[in-house]
Design a protein around this ligand. Structure first.
Ligand code: SF4
Length: 720
């Protein structure tokens, strides 16, 4: 991991003489003003162009500019013909194509597959400014616009669709997006290292078809390169190919991979020379030249068990310290994935975030509102990555498990920069955060141990003993941010990993006293052990401990503050009984949630593999693996969501029927111990007239209103 060139050590491309653009050009007229006759790279994106480090096109565009390249932006181009893709002329090096900050299907459709009415990444939140499966469509148009220009795809959509993946919107396993897009190269994960190296090598005249050694890239290949060995995934992790026969070799993947404790990283590929029975085994293989063959696209499409097996092996091969290359056949061709990128150093991360961003949407948008920018324009991103491993979340698949943290100085400089330059700033930093607010500077205590580890989470089933959970540096950072002249307030709006936070009552005190604006969002996600186990989330006891500390610290600070818990319905492993128990917990604790969330299976997530296969890829997958209960069909999805909003009269008819079907009619009635009233208010639940449903156990029509019921504010980011 130490032989990676520094991101800023490359000799600059000759075009650096044009200097820094005030904003990257989106038209020929702007290129003319900059004195450019052409772009070296054209980035095509499904989002509006916002020159801010929270937006992918800006971070990659400004980074390439810092390397001396001329970068143009085609933001939300008209995809109905190739004409708009010719707007900036033929790029000298490549088209870089991304759907934007979100997968286009997640952006355009709700969890119930209904079209969304708005798009936070578009001026004035206008919908329908990007196509379904944007990466594929944009790549096709770019091919048509300029034949022969290399097509490089990246961003979250390409990243999560880099191998065969379950696609919720079509309910099928789709092939790698590389093939649909006919791309020359796919960059997955954080793209900085790969895209910089790629641009310099293309500029030196190296054909893209020969650039096959970049970490964090995938491409279409045929055959095994010379000097490489191949190992079948089924030999690593139990039953797989070849009729799912028992694994012939010792299985190096434990059901719960243990923490390697102090051992130096193994260099082997998981195969050993002899088993305990004395039988000869495969020779030890060199990791750097070993590729793991996953079941083919055709196999995983036809067989959900193999899909779950492939998903498990894929996830166990994502630590940059020990991951091997992966390969998956698609018909006659292979999709080859190099190991994931090496995380940026703190110094590199700082420099990337301190590139000369204007911090604003492109000036051509005028006074149009851009909700995604308005949400983050006064916030600072302090870290990347997440070691939580929540199975429904795709952050880990994209950003990795190793936390990359910016330095304190760099963060404080950005705070001052917001104060001095951000439009509309009135003294409040709206967030110091990232995927998880309190993972800044948390890491494995030993880089060698980290490099050898294959655990899917550092905090599940318990917080790993090797994890440094010291929140002291974060407390200091908060204090220094508050002390920056001109800063009145610093809020923490990113989600919090509360099972980590309870390790530091001092952190909770600091947070509650200075950084909570009345409500704090946290995400237990459920109360029941079944779904929590499939999510890899801590038990509800951790929430209770956090709540005690939160309430105590709020009292000591003389503040009335509330926790807003978030929950997911319809996650794999969730039965209707689990949802009923959750609803009873909500009622007992006085919560009436405004915003609730139904599980959305995103491509490549472990929970999506559960959803598709009804198997649990957190353990070795076999034909005899335990079945995971899965919610299928809109009626059951609606019901599970209705339990989260048990207080909404619109849901009462559905809940009453479900309670009767579940043998829990005793919960229908008008007393405190009932979940759903027998009374239906006029004009609700499809009922015109007010009516009373007879119930022998409902003496009163008074609903339980004896406890404080804070309403959840609009959800901003995903709490942990
Ligand atoms: S702290 Fe995380 S990376 Fe380190 S050994 Fe434990 S699980 Fe592995």
């Amino acid at each position: 991991m130490n032989h990676t060139p520094d991101l800023f050590s490359y000799r600059k491309h000759w075009a650096h003489k044009f200097g820094t653009a005030p904003e990257l050009p989106i038209s020929r007229a702007e290129m003319d003003l900059l004195g450019w006759d052409s772009c070296d790279i054209v980035i095509v994106t499904g989002d509006a162009y916002v020159d801010h480090p929270s937006f992918g096109m800006a971070i990659i565009g400004r980074l390439l500019e810092s390397q001396g390249f001329r970068v143009g932006i085609l933001a939300q181009p008209d995809w109905t013909s190739a004409a708009d893709f010719q707007r900036l002329g033929r790029p000298n090096l490549f088209f870089g194509i991304t759907a934007g900050n979100m997968d286009s299907m997640v952006n355009r459709y709700t969890a119930d597959r209904r079209p969304r009415s708005d798009d936070a990444y578009t001026p004035d939140a206008a919908p329908d400014r990007r196509p379904d499966r944007s990466v594929t469509v944009y790549a096709q148009r770019a091919h048509e616009a300029f034949k022969g220009v290399p097509i490089v795809i990246g961003g979250i959509e390409a990243s999560l669709r880099r191998i065969a993946h379950f696609d919720y919107w079509s309910e099928t396993v789709r092939r790698s997006v590389l093939l649909d897009a006919k791309a020359d190269l796919l960059i997955f994960g954080n793209a900085e290292r790969a895209v910089v190296e790629l641009a310099h090598r293309l500029a030196r005249g190296e054909p893209i078809a020969q650039i096959r050694d970049l970490r964090g890239t995938a491409f279409v290949s045929r055959g095994l390169p010379e000097g490489w060995s191949e190992i079948d995934a089924s030999r690593l992790d139990g039953e797989g190919r070849k009729g799912l026969s028992p694994c012939p070799d010792p299985n190096p993947y434990e059901d719960e991979p243990a923490c390697p404790d102090g051992a130096s990283p193994s260099r082997g590929a998981g195969a050993t020379t002899a088993g305990s029975d004395g039988q000869a085994r495969s020779p030890r293989l060199e990791r750097a030249t070993t590729v793991v063959r996953l079941p083919s696209f055709e196999q995983v499409r036809a067989d959900p068990v193999l899909y779950a097996h492939a998903s498990r092996v894929f996830h166990l091969e994502t630590n940059p310290g020990n991951a091997r290359a992966l390969v998956q056949a698609h018909g006659e061709r292979d999709v080859w994935l190099n190991p994931p990128p090496i995380p940026l150093t703190d110094a590199e991360f700082d420099r990337v975030y301190e590139l000369p961003f204007s911090r604003c949407p492109h000036s051509s948008y005028g006074a149009a509102r851009l909700p995604a920018w308005e949400m983050i324009r006064h916030s600072v991103n302090i870290l990347r990555g997440c070691f939580g491993g929540c199975t429904f979340c795709s952050i880990t698949e994209h950003e990795g498990r190793i936390i990359q943290s910016r330095s304190e100085d760099s963060i404080l400089r950005e705070v001052a920069d917001i104060r001095d330059r951000a439009p509309g700033f009135t003294g409040t930093i709206s967030d110091l955060g990232g995927p998880t607010a309190n993972m800044w500077r948390l890491a494995c205590r030993d880089r060698r141990i980290e490099a050898a580890c294959r655990r899917l989470s550092c905090v599940y089933p318990d917080i790993c003993r090797n994890l440094n959970t010291d929140h002291g540096p974060l407390i200091q950072l908060y204090r220094k941010a508050r002390a920056v002249p001109g800063i009145k307030r610093v809020l923490i709006a990113s989600g919090l990993r509360y099972d980590l936070a309870v390790r530091s009552p001092a952190y909770i005190r600091e947070l509650v006293t200075h950084h909570v604006g009345g409500y704090l969002k946290i995400a237990p996600e459920h109360t029941e052990a079944g779904p929590l186990g499939q999510m890899m989330k801590p038990g509800i006891g951790a929430y209770d401990r956090f709540k005690d500390l939160f309430d105590r610290a709020s009292r000591e600070a003389g503040k009335e503050q509330y926790l807003i818990p978030y929950f997911i319905s319809a996650h794999p492993g969730t039965t209707d009984e689990d949802m009923l128990n959750l609803a009873l917990w909500l009622k007992r604790n006085g919560f009436r949630l405004d915003q609730v969330q139904a599980f959305l299976p995103t491509p490549l997530a472990l929970a999506s593999a559960m959803h598709h296969s009804e198997r649990n890829p957190l353990k070795r997958v076999t034909r005899h693996s335990e079945r995971v209960p899965v919610v299928r069909g809109q009626r059951q999805r609606r019901l599970q969501k209705a339990f989260l909003r048990y207080h909404d009269p619109e849901n009462w008819p559905l809940l009453r029927q479900a309670l009767k079907d579940m043998g829990r009619a005793d919960l229908i009635g008008n007393g405190k111990r009932h979940l759903v009233p027998s009374f239906q208010p006029a004009g609700t639940g499809g009922v015109r007239e007010s009516r009373q449903t007879p119930s022998p156990r409902s003496p009163s029509a008074r609903a339980d209103s004896s406890r404080a019921k804070p309403s959840a504010p609009k959800r901003r980011g995903r709490p942990r």
